[in-house]
Write a protein that binds this ligand. Structure first.
Ligand code: GTP
Ligand code: MG
Length: 197
């Protein structure tokens, strides 16, 4: 699947403009600047289709990308972005929450966590919601190139330990760098096994 051509499909600011739930979706969630858009580019090897930026908060809508004839990759707006206006921030967060808890064709959420900074309250909040709605999610540690390998291992262990009682989590914790390409192939093969994806 990941060799197929990636094309922009739809952008939604409100749930009423989500495309019809016809095909399986894998979504990428996480704090602003954690590397969601970069990871989607790295996974599909199609740089530039999904926009990335140094400025946090670039992705302000839920963006749907079609991969080949059917499956969809979904780029979610990041949360925890400090500079946005309060009301704008709240609107994005509500939209993300609604999407991850109610979307029936959503097969997997990749929750990205920056390896250097670890899990934050906002991440935990989203995890709690997904546990409640029984949304299948997995943790992806990003930017592993920015810390020592021993710190990557330590972070993975810490996250695994913190979430070991959770039910909707899909193990194992994945570790990637979109910059060096480390871990990208493994994540690609894990995601290719997502049911009907
Ligand atoms: P929002 O759309 O604001 O929520 O951000 P995002 O999560 O989509 O992050 P994005 O992919 O735009 O990347 C944010 C910044 O982190 C950019 O400057 C990227 O170049 C950088 N970045 C992304 N992945 C990596 C990585 O694996 N290693 C390093 N060192 N930098 C990365
Ligand atoms: Mg983005």
């Amino acid at each position: 699947v990941f060799r197929s051509k990636l094309t922009f499909f739809a952008a939604a600011k409100v749930s009423s403009s989500f495309p019809p739930p016809e095909v399986s979706e894998i979504a990428f969630a996480g704090r602003s600047n954690v590397g969601k858009s970069s990871l989607m580019n790295a996974l599909t090897r199609q740089w530039g289709v999904v926009r990335t930026s140094d400025k946090p908060g670039l992705t302000q809508t839920i963006n749907f990308f079609q991969l080949g004839p059917k499956p969809c990759l979904v780029d979610l707006p990041g949360y925890g972005f400090a500079y946005a206006k309060e009301e704008v921030k709240d609107a994005w967060e509500e939209l993300v929450k609604e999407y991850v808890t109610t979307r029936i064709n959503l097969k997997r959420v990749c929750l990205l966590i920056d390896t250097k900074w670890g899990m934050k309250p906002r991440d935990q909040e989203l995890i709690n919601l997904m546990e409640k709605s029984q949304t299948q999610y997995q943790i992806v540690l990003t930017k592993t190139d920015t810390v020592f390998p021993v710190d990557v291992a330590r972070r993975a262990m810490q996250v695994r330990e913190a979430l070991k009682k959770n039910k909707s989590i899909v193990q194992p914790v994945m570790m990637v760098s979109s910059k060096t390409g480390a871990g990208i192939r493994s994540l690609r093969s894990v995601l290719a096994k997502v049911p009907r994806f």
